[in-house]
Design a protein around this ligand. Structure first.
Ligand code: ZN
Length: 144
């Protein structure tokens, strides 16, 4: 028997407890009954970021981006594809630095795109600059 993992639902933000050996099966949220992992990055506001960063036992991989940023637009499909390959080992999410300037300021995001990994409520690593799908997957795997 392994310890249950806390997984925060990407739809309703409920905290689910999943046996770690069942994580690969995905599973559904006990509250809203939608899939806990769908292979797509989720969008985080500041309030949702706090909850997912603090309450989830799954590392959170955040793409800090903005609509006006060309390299961000180019990287978006690669980040999307990386989500399908990295979930459920990691949760991929996007933070719009224009809409959520408080988060961008708090973490001192100076250039975008920047990808950062959060675990246990703390930032573990960050990587500025656009990457392709393989680059994102390799970098995240090297940090897990
Ligand atoms: Zn839910």
């Amino acid at each position: 028997m392994s310890n249950p993992l806390h997984v925060v639902c990407p739809h309703c933000d409920a905290v689910n407890r999943i046996p770690s050996e069942r994580l690969a099966d995905g599973g559904r949220c006990g509250q809203c009954h939608r899939a806990l992992f769908e292979g797509h990055p989720m969008t985080l506001t500041q309030a949702r970021f706090e909850r997912h960063a603090a309450r989830s036992d799954i590392p959170l991989v955040v793409d800090f981006w903005a609509a006006w940023c060309g390299p961000c637009q180019m990287m978006a499909p690669a980040f999307e594809a990386a989500a399908a390959r990295l979930e459920p080992r990691a949760r991929l999410a996007k933070v719009d630095t224009e809409a959520e300037q408080g988060l961008a300021m708090r973490f001192g995001i100076r250039s975008i795109p920047t990808i950062a990994i959060f675990a246990g409520g703390q930032e573990r690593a960050r990587q500025p600059g656009a990457m392709d799908t393989n680059g994102i997957v390799r970098w995240v795997e090297s940090q897990l």
